[in-house]
Design a protein around this ligand. Structure first.
Ligand SMILES: CC(C)(COP(=O)(O)OP(=O)(O)OC[C@H]1O[C@@H](n2cnc3c(N)ncnc32)[C@H](O)[C@@H]1OP(=O)(O)O)[C@@H](O)C(=O)NCCC(=O)NCCS
Length: 284
């Protein structure tokens, strides 16, 4: 690791401050969109700017696609490049942390299938969000981190930090996301506070066992997700739990939401005898 990488730089309080000391930050955005970005979210400058309209960006964008494969695993479907271009890079932003190629170990270079003469930056996390029609509202499209794929790197909390930094960089005021009840990413999304359930069962999605959730983005919610020990978010107590396998329960909850009742996902899931259950509260 070079001396430059050890230089102390501004960083918000977080669960893993070494992420800011050891990694650089990048953003993928067209020049027009880049103008609207906050250039130093939480005081952390964006080190690498990737313009999807330039041929020179090809290697980095290919590595981003490879990050999808390495994190989601062989069974995961890597996003086609046209999907990333049409649905993320042109309309929105991609934010994440990266390392210079020279700092990768042999096994890490192999995971990214890097040729011997590879140069430039390699992404270790990514967060993609797309602007909604509503002012200040963003849809979360993808999140990935190498923490679990490269456990020797000490990247714990990387996904949570990446999402929080990204939402600040994008100037997100209200956030909407969609994910499956079985997704481990709910451990991360619930760090931002209780999540309003806009759907609990979603036949419009290819996986109907999907929830659509939203929250108001505040300084506190972002700092909580970063892991700032000074922030403690208020959360209502749960009225009941929903199993990630209980499709009928999801459909019942969906009917109540469509009838006008309001529910929040209170906190992260817990695992009971190998089954994931989610705490839910009625708030209206
Ligand atoms: C899921 C993923 C984003 C997590 O990244 P990460 O950097 O490890 O996330 P964080 O460290 O910020 O937080 C993960 C939390 O979930 C918890 N968790 C529990 N089971 C988990 C599991 N099977 N997989 C991942 N996280 C799990 C972790 O313990 C951690 O909480 P803790 O810090 O209190 O221990 C990463 O593993 C990944 O990219 N997976 C593949 C892509 C994916 O599923 N993306 C999300 C859907 S878009």
């Amino acid at each position: 690791m070079s001396d430059e990488m050890h230089e102390a730089r501004a960083a918000p309080p977080s669960k893993n401050p070494s992420l800011f000391a050891r990694l650089k930050t990048y953003v993928v955005a067209t020049p027009a969109n880049a103008e609207r970005l906050e250039q130093a979210p939480f005081g952390v400058p964006i080190d690498v700017q990737i313009d999807p309209l330039r041929v020179a960006s090809e290697a980095f964008l290919d590595r981003l696609q490879r990050l999808d494969v390495v994190t989601f695993g062989p069974e995961g479907l890597p996003m086609d490049k046209w999907v990333a271009f049409d649905c993320a890079q042109l309309p929105g932003f991609t934010y994440g942390f990266c390392l210079p190629v020279e700092q990768l170990e042999e096994r890490e270079r192999a995971a990214f299938e890097l040729p011997d003469d590879a140069e430039g930056w390699v992404p270790v996390s990514t967060y993609i969000a797309i602007p909604m029609f509503e002012d200040g509202c963003w849809f979360g499209h993808n999140l990935a981190s190498l923490n679990r794929a490269f456990p020797w790197r000490g990247l714990h909390h990387l996904a949570s930090v990446t999402k929080a930094m990204a939402l600040r960089a994008f100037g997100c005021q209200r956030f909407i996301g969609a994910t499956q009840w079985t997704s481990m990413a709910l451990h991360i999304h619930t760090r931002f506070g209780p999540l309003t359930l806009d759907t609990a069962y979603t036949p419009a999605h290819s996986k109907p066992e999907t929830l659509t959730y939203s929250f108001t983005v505040t300084e506190e919610s972002l700092r909580a997700a970063l892991g700032d020990p000074a922030v403690e978010l208020a959360r209502p107590s749960a009225d009941f739990e929903l199993s990630a396998e209980d499709v009928e329960g999801m459909q019942r909850l969906q009917r109540r939401i469509e009838e006008g009742e309001r529910y929040v996902l209170v906190n992260r899931p817990r695992v009971v005898e190998g089954h994931i259950v989610h705490p839910i509260a009625r708030v209206g």
